[in-house]
Design a protein. Structure first.
Length: 323
C-alpha cells in the first residue's frame, strides 16, 4: 500500500509539472515563478506592410518599442502601466533590435540604418536622450557587416553586437552622450549570430540562417564566457527534440537563460540554468519575439491574432526563482 501511494504521488507530481511547467521537487535546478499581471497593445496604427513591433528596451519608468513596416518607422514610448507617452521618428528601415543607454539614449540596429550622410545601409542609429537623431553608423564607420542583435553589458557603457554578416560577436565602446561607437574587441566567432543576451560573466548567442540543408546544424544556442571561449552549445534537448528556429534569447541577472524556438521549430519558450543546462519549458510565455527580465518583472513582446488581424502586445509577469 505504501508503494502504491508513492507511485500515485509521483504520477500526481509529474502531471502537475507538465501542466504548470515547474520542475519536480527534489531536483537541483528549479525554474521561475511567473504570474501574469497585465498587457497592452503596441500597434496604435496599421499600414499594409509586413512586420510591426520588433523589439523593446526599458529605461527607468519608460518602455521603448521599436516599430517598422505596417505600423510605420518610429519608436513608441509607454509608461510601465502601458500608457502611451509619445514617439520618436524612425531613422531606419527594417529595424532589428534596440538597447537603451544610461540617460535614455537609444541604439538601434537595422537593415536600413540612416547614416550621417542620409544614406541607408546595414548599420546602427543613435538617438540622444530627447529622441533626436545623433549619429548613424555603416560598415565603413565600424567594420560591422550586418549588426542584428544587441545587448548591454551590465554595469558598463558597452554593448555586445551580433554581427551576422561577419560571423562574430563584438563588444562596442559607446559614448552615449556624444553618440560615438567603436569596437572595443572581437568577442567570439559565431556562425550567423542573430540575437544575443548578456549577464555579468556570460554571453549567450542564437544562430539563425536559411535555407540550405547543411545550415540546419548551425541553428543553435551557444554560451560563451567573457573571453570569448564557448562554454556550451545547445542543439539537442534532453528529450531528443532539436532546436530548429531560434527566435530570441534573454538572461536574468543571475545568468539564467530564456530561449524561444519559434515557428518552424519547437514553438515554445524554454528555461536554462547559467551553464546552459535545460531546466523546463515555460508555456505561460508562449513564443514572444523579445523577452526582457528586469528585477522582479519579466516582459514579453508577442504577436497575437485577433479577429483576423495580428496585434502585438507587451505582457508583464512577476518574476522570481523557486528556492
Amino acid at each position: 500500500m505504501l508503494l502504491l501511494g508513492l507511485v500515485r504521488l509521483l504520477l500526481s507530481l509529474t502531471h502537475l509539472a507538465a501542466v504548470t511547467g515547474h520542475s519536480l521537487p527534489g531536483g537541483t535546478r528549479n525554474g521561475p515563478n511567473l504570474n501574469f499581471q497585465r498587457r497592452w497593445k503596441t500597434k496604435l496604427q496599421n499600414f499594409p506592410l509586413a512586420y510591426g513591433s520588433v523589439s523593446m528596451a526599458r529605461h527607468n519608468q519608460t518602455m521603448y518599442v521599436l516599430n517598422g513596416g505596417d505600423v510605420g518607422n518610429y519608436v513608441e514610448k509607454f509608461s510601465m502601466s502601458g500608457n502611451y507617452s509619445g514617439e520618436y521618428a524612425g531613422w531606419y528601415n527594417w529595424p532589428s533590435d534596440l538597447v537603451a543607454g544610461g540617460q535614455g539614449q537609444l541604439l538601434v540596429s537595422a537593415l536600413g540604418a540612416m547614416g550621417d550622410d542620409h544614406m541607408m545601409a546595414y548599420g546602427l542609429v543613435m538617438y540622444n536622450k530627447e529622441g533626436k537623431f545623433l549619429h548613424g553608423f555603416h560598415q565603413e564607420n565600424t567594420t560591422l557587416g550586418r549588426p542584428f542583435g544587441l545587448a548591454t553589458l551590465p554595469g558598463t557603457d558597452k554593448v555586445v553586437v551580433a554581427d551576422w554578416g561577419k560571423n562574430r560577436t563584438v563588444v562596442l565602446d559607446v559614448d552615449w552622450n556624444k553618440g560615438n561607437v567603436s569596437i572595443s574587441r572581437n568577442l567570439s566567432l559565431v556562425p550567423y549570430p542573430y540575437r544575443v543576451a548578456a549577464s555579468k560573466d556570460r554571453i549567450v548567442v542564437i544562430s539563425m540562417v536559411c535555407c540550405q540543408p547543411w545550415q540546419e546544424k548551425i541553428k543553435a544556442m551557444r554560451l560563451y564566457d567573457m573571453n570569448g571561449k564557448m562554454v556550451k552549445e545547445v542543439k539537442k534537448l534532453p528529450d531528443g527534440s532539436i532546436i530548429n528556429a531560434p527566435e530570441t534569447v534573454a538572461m536574468d541577472t543571475a545568468g539564467n537563460i530564456f530561449l524561444v524556438d519559434g515557428t518552424g521549430g519547437l514553438n515554445k519558450t524554454m528555461f536554462f540554468d547559467p551553464e546552459g543546462n535545460f531546466v523546463q519549458d515555460l508555456p505561460a510565455l508562449g513564443t514572444p519575439s523579445k523577452i526582457l527580465v528586469e528585477g522582479d518583472k519579466l516582459f514579453t513582446l508577442s504577436g497575437v491574432v485577433e479577429r483576423g488581424k495580428e496585434e502585438t502586445y507587451i505582457s508583464v509577469f512577476s518574476y522570481s526563482l523557486f528556492n
